[in-house]
Each structure stands twice: as C-alpha cells, then as structure tokens.
Ligand binder design. Structure first.
Ligand code: GCW
Length: 703
C-alpha cells in the first residue's frame, strides 16, 4: 500500500511563523524525489512514514509501506524483524546485517542504533527498534545526495551516550527577576506563557523533529529553580506536562520534570521534607505513581537542592545521598531516574576570606558520597568547577565518582558566552571538554565518564538555548550550538568543525544561486573560531567572571569582586589570579588526580589558558607563549576586536545570498557584538593598565 500524504502546513509550505532551522523542506529533496520503502510498524515508524510521505508529496517520490510494493526502490528503511523486503540487495543486507558489522561490539543495534549501507544501487537503513529507523532516516538526510551516490560499506551507528538531554530553564509564571526563561536569550518559552501552558503543538512538534534530527532524546520542561507555580507541575498541573510528552513522544523525546525538594511541604502539607521521614517517602511514592499513571514513559526528576537558596536535605541534617535516594526510591518501580545536580556551593561567602574557594565546593560535598547513590540516581555535574565560563578547567568531580552514574552538564544558552547577541560557536569548547583525559594520556575521557560502563552512564545534558523566537535561538547562528550539542552527545568524537559544516549545509541553503560554497565558506569562517575570539576579548587566561552582576552581560572587572558569590580575580598593583595551589592557596589542585594535580599546581607547567584560574602571578610573569601576562591581555583584547570586525565584514559579503530576514538579524547582532567587544577590550585593558602601570609594548591606545 502506498501511504496517503498527511502533511502539516507549517513545515511543508514553509509558511510557518518560525524558521525551519536544520530541517527546511529542501533538506528532504533527495529522499523525497525517490521511490522509498518503509518496512515495519510502531509509533516511531509512523513518524518516519509521515516524514517520508510529506517529502515524497513535495518532491515527486513515492512511498511504499507493505505489499504490493515496488522492488526497485532507491531507499529501504526497515526493521530487521519485520520480515523480508522485496529488493534483493536490501534483503541480502538484512540477512547479512549482523556479520557485516565489522567486528564492532556484539553487532546489536539497540533501541536507537541502525545500520546504513548502499549496495547495488539501493540505500538501506536497518534497525531493530523504531527509534533506530528514525535516527537512520535523519542520517540519510544529512548525507543529502551522497546517500544515493557510490556504494557505502555497511556501518553500524549507535549513540555513544544513551542519555542526551536538554534542560529548559523555563518558568511557567513570569518570574519577577529571571523572567519567563531564566537566562533565556531567545524570547519566551516554547512550553509556557504568563502562568499557563501554551498548548501550541505545531511548534512543539517541530521542536521534537529538530531534536530527533540532531540526536537529543530527553527534555526537562521547567527550570531547576522551581517556584510556586512550577512546583505544581508535579500534581495538579501534571496534565500540561503530559500534553508536552504526547507531542514530543513521536520523535523519541522523553519528558523530565524539575521538582522542588520541599514538595512534600509545599504541595503535600506535611510538616517536613526530611528524606528519612516515612511520611515524606510515602508522599513521594504516591506522587510519582500518579505521574506514571499519566505519563507512562516519564523520564524522571531533576533536582537543584541546597544551592542558591533552594531547599534541600541539609535543612534536616541529611546529606545529598539521602536526598537523592529518596526520589530514586520513588522513581525506581517505574524505571525513572533522578538527575541530582552537584552545583552546591556557599553563595554567602565572605570575600575577605581567601581560604574559602567556590571551585572546591562540589568535590567537597560529593566525592565522599561516591558509592552511596542508588542505581537510578544520576549526579549531574557542571563541566567546570565554577559556572559555565568561556574557559575553566574540567571539574575534578568527574574523576571522583567511579561508583556513581554521572552526567556532564553544558550550557547551550549563552549566559556567559555572549547571550546570543555574540556569535560564539561552542562546539570546539565542548569537544575539548569531552576529549579531556582526567587521569592523563592512559585514562578515559570525560565522554567516557558520561557514557559509563556498558551504557549505564548519566550522559550529556545542556541547558537549552531555544525559545519562541522565530529563529529559535535569538541569534540565528546560535542554532549551531543546539545542533552541535545533540551531535556530540551522540558521538563525542565527532569533529566540531565538521559538525558546523553539517549544520550549515542542512540549514542555510543559498537563496539566489545553486552554489552553496560561498555561504558555507563565509559562515564557517565566521563561526569556527568564534569561541576563541570571544575568549580573547573577555576575561583573560581562565580567570573568569568579570561580568556585570545580575544579568551577566558585558564587562565589569570588579563587578563580583567584593560580593558573596565566590568569583574573584584578586587583581592588585602587582598581579592577578586565584591561588588554588596546595602549597600556598586554597588547595583546590589537590582535588585532581595526577598528572593534573601536579600540572595545575605548578606555575611553570600550568597551561597558559588556565594560569589565572590556578595561580596569582605578577603582571610580568612570562607565559609559555613567550609573552608576559599583561602583554597577553593587551594583545588578545586588541586581536579579539579585530576578529569581530572581520566577522562583520564577511557577513556583509553574503548579503543577497541568504534570506534577508536572517541577514538582517545576524547583521544587527554583529553590530552589537562589535560594540560590546570594544567595550570589553577597553575596560579590561584600561583596568589592568591602571592597576599595573605597565604600558603596551606596541604603544596602542589604552585609556
Ligand atoms: O549560573 C547560574 C545562573 C543561574 C542558574 C544557576 C544554576 C538556574 O546564573 O541562573 O540557575 O547557575 O545552574 O542553577
């Protein structure tokens, strides 16, 4: 039977109010202009059928689903267990699929894996579960024409990380300080508006497609700071969560919920939320049972406890293993997990006290608890010890929890990296973090920690950067961060530059010419090194912060210097940086295993880019680069601004070659980035010139 077309107006006509991001109709051209066979059944197979049928309706192809079927199809998407497929080459691939897997592992494909090959003129995607078919179809789209060119040897594709999750810091009610989306730079929330659910399934469904197409399979739908209205998503507002889950489910995306540790008190009317109190345990068990009655595939809870004023187990003299296990126990009978955040530190620090070190906090709290967490607890650790800065060392907690499932948390929303007004492609930064080896060359990578043993790890999480903005991410080019997050979570070994090109090719098809090359080259040149450019004109050498307090946009060198937040640079007339050594400082370097405990301890061996994170040094300290610290500050800040100027020039050159709405939006943001970079340059250079009295070796203008 060939399947009737059931297109949605939005993506098919391109008339929706939002940009199609990496799934413009043209991305389906190659697939949609051919005879395609989809073989198998199940809810996610229906999604594949829907996608393929709409593509075929648009581009003149034909979809076959079950007999009588055409033998000469160009593409077969089949569940292996669905039985024989008519095309001889595809059938041979199906029968031979397991041995063809070239000795990688046991040859199984799992719930999300697939095998992709092109043999004798037919492209074959085989999977053992519908999710694999969906991901395989998106792989074919990524390949474009290349999916139908030369033979492709059979290759098995399975995600390196089973858990690939986005955390939305979305509030249901507009918060007086943090707004609709805390640290959101892309308009309102996709889920909530002014205290209620938006009930806009078309947009949400497109979001689910985008997520599936880059590999994300879970979202947490509300902010980790759970306020009064949001607390009730767990109980009387659960229907809203169920509705979101229903829309995202066809794209293999499971829904999680941030909950407040105080829920038994604020929602249940109990006098306590003590994790060891029987009434509290019973309350969580019953509340959780009700969640699963409504949402059978609910993912689980996300908790920020004893952090920045949130309630937690400390109030009852309990520790974080007690707290996390309480929720784990409630979720376990239903197969759910609790993501328990390790972002616990004292935000009432005395800036005069140089022995307290915020960087130490997560390790101090959690390392002693290793081995005490239940199997369905995932400890969610920010990648660095402080807070999503443009440069930080990797958190030592990631080496300290061998008996715990650990998730690594990244920040796609650009709180500290330009707030989606600046181009800052984070793929290279995340890739560097994921490839980092915490025990030196012989040890595993951060990605291995997130993967865990035999897929039991906590996976990769990013704070989401999307909203109801027509371009999804405010800055159209910030879409690349969302895309790169998904792709790196699927395979952390991917090259971030190649991911960038993939995103460009899928998203920005030229409007006036058939030659994609100039646009591709320009976007690549603007974006590929943009994270390092951002680093150059902002806080130097890993010292971090120096942002305006509160909203965190723009420079303010002393903005946090005399505050309780624990984020200091300690600049004086002689030098700057934080002494975190064991010898003379806070001892933070001792939280690392060797070799890093030694490398970071040593001023001579510490990598330049992290020098001020670990050491307080004189302005004339000579870096490995051969420059002094003060000259490095001047040089990088001048260079960073020049690089932004060059970005702006490049973008001017493609006017006319991309959609004018995109061009205008990006141009306007580049103007702001340039203005802001100049401000950063001038404040940082002036501040350190005035402190140190050391002139620029090249005599450039410093104020
Ligand atoms: O970086 C800080 C942010 C807070 C955020 C917190 C966290 C959601 O400024 O807005 O709160 O991190 O990660 O919990």
């Amino acid at each position: 039977m060939s399947v009737p077309v059931t297109g949605r107006a939005s993506a098919d006509t391109g008339e929706s109010a939002w940009h199609p991001a990496w799934l413009p109709p043209a991305a389906f051209r190659e697939l949609g202009s051919r005879p395609v066979l989809v073989h198998g059944d199940g809810p996610l197979v229906d999604t594949v059928l829907d996608e393929v049928s709409r593509a075929c309706a648009r581009y003149g192809g034909r979809l076959w689903h079950g007999p009588p079927w055409q033998v000469d199809v160009d593409l077969v998407l089949a569940l292996r267990a669905a039985g024989p497929v008519p095309n001889a080459a595809a059938e041979a691939a199906r029968l031979g699929a397991t041995p063809a897997v070239n000795g990688t592992g046991d040859g199984s494909l799992g719930d999300e894996g697939y095998l992709l090959a092109r043999v004798s003129g037919v492209t074959v995607v085989l999977a053992d579960a519908p999710g694999g078919l969906l991901y395989g179809m998106f792989h074919v789209l990524r390949l474009g024409a290349a999916a139908f060119d030369d033979d492709l040897p059979a290759r098995r594709h399975r995600p390196a990380l089973d858990r690939r999750m986005l955390d939305h810091w979305d509030n249901v009610a507009v918060h007086p300080v943090s707004g609709q989306v805390e640290r959101g730079y892309a308009g309102g929330s996709l889920f909530w508006r002014d205290g209620a659910a938006r009930h806009e399934p078309a947009r949400l469904r497109d979001y689910g497609r985008l997520l599936a197409a880059c590999g994300v399979n879970a979202v947490c739908v509300n902010n980790v700071n759970v306020h009064d209205t949001e607390a009730r998503l767990l109980t009387d507002r659960l229907g809203d969560v169920a509705e979101i889950a229903d829309v995202l489910r066809p794209y293999g995306v499971r829904v999680h919920l941030s909950v407040t540790f105080a829920a038994p008190v604020v929602l249940g009317g109990l006098p306590t939320a003590d994790p060891l109190d029987e009434r509290v345990r019973a309350w969580w068990a019953a509340a959780t049972r009700r969640v699963y009655q409504r949402i059978g595939d609910f993912g689980g809870y996300l908790v920020k406890a004893d952090s920045e004023g949130r309630p937690g187990p400390f109030a009852y003299g309990r520790d974080h293993a007690d707290g996390a296990n309480l929720l784990a126990e409630a979720l376990a009978p239903h197969g759910g997990v609790v993501h328990w955040r390790a972002f616990v530190y004292d935000h009432h620090q005395d800036w005069r006290d140089r022995s307290t070190d915020r960087a130490r906090a997560a390790h101090d709290h959690f390392a002693p608890l290793d081995g005490r967490f239940d199997d369905n607890v995932i400890l969610q650790v920010k990648f660095g010890p402080i807070d999503f800065q443009a440069r930080e060392p990797v958190s030592p907690v990631l080496a300290a929890m061998p008996a715990t499932r650990v998730a690594v948390e990244l920040q796609a929303t650009q709180e500290y990296t330009g707030q989606q007004r600046h181009v800052c492609y984070l793929g290279p930064w995340w890739s560097e973090v994921l490839r980092f080896r915490l025990r030196g060359a012989a040890g595993g990578t951060i990605a291995d920690v997130a993967a865990g043993r035999a897929g039991t790890g906590g996976g990769l999480v990013a704070v989401a950067n999307v909203g109801d903005d027509p371009f999804w991410t405010g800055h159209p080019l910030a879409q690349a961060n969302l895309y790169a997050f998904g792709r790196l979570a699927w395979d952390p070994r991917l090259d971030p530059g190649a991911i960038l090109d993939e995103w460009i090719d899928l998203t920005w098809l030229p409007v006036t010419t058939d030659d994609p090359e100039p646009v591709r080259r320009t976007m690549h040149a603007i974006m590929d090194d943009s994270w390092r450019t951002y680093e150059r004109y902002t806080a130097p050498l890993g010292v971090g912060f120096m942002v305006r307090p509160g909203h965190h946009y723009g420079p303010d060198v002393d903005g946090y210097e005399y505050t309780p937040w624990g984020t200091y640079h300690f600049a004086d007339r002689d030098g700057l940086g934080v002494d975190r050594t064991r010898a003379t400082g806070t001892g933070f370097t001792g939280q690392y295993p060797p070799p890093w405990s030694e490398v970071y301890e040593s001023r001579e061996r510490c990598p330049d880019e992290l020098l001020l994170f670990f050491h307080h040094v004189p302005y004339r300290h000579v870096l490995h680069s051969g420059r002094t610290v003060i000259q490095h500050i001047y040089d990088t800040h001048f260079a960073g601004v020049e690089e932004v100027a060059a970005m702006r020039e490049r973008w001017r050159l493609v006017a006319g070659a991309v959609d004018p709405a995109v061009h205008d939006r990006v141009a306007e943001r580049l103007d702001e980035q340039f203005r802001s970079a100049v401000e950063w340059r001038d404040q940082i250079n002036t501040y350190f010139f005035r402190k140190s009295g050391v002139p620029d070796a090249h005599g450039r203008r410093i104020h």
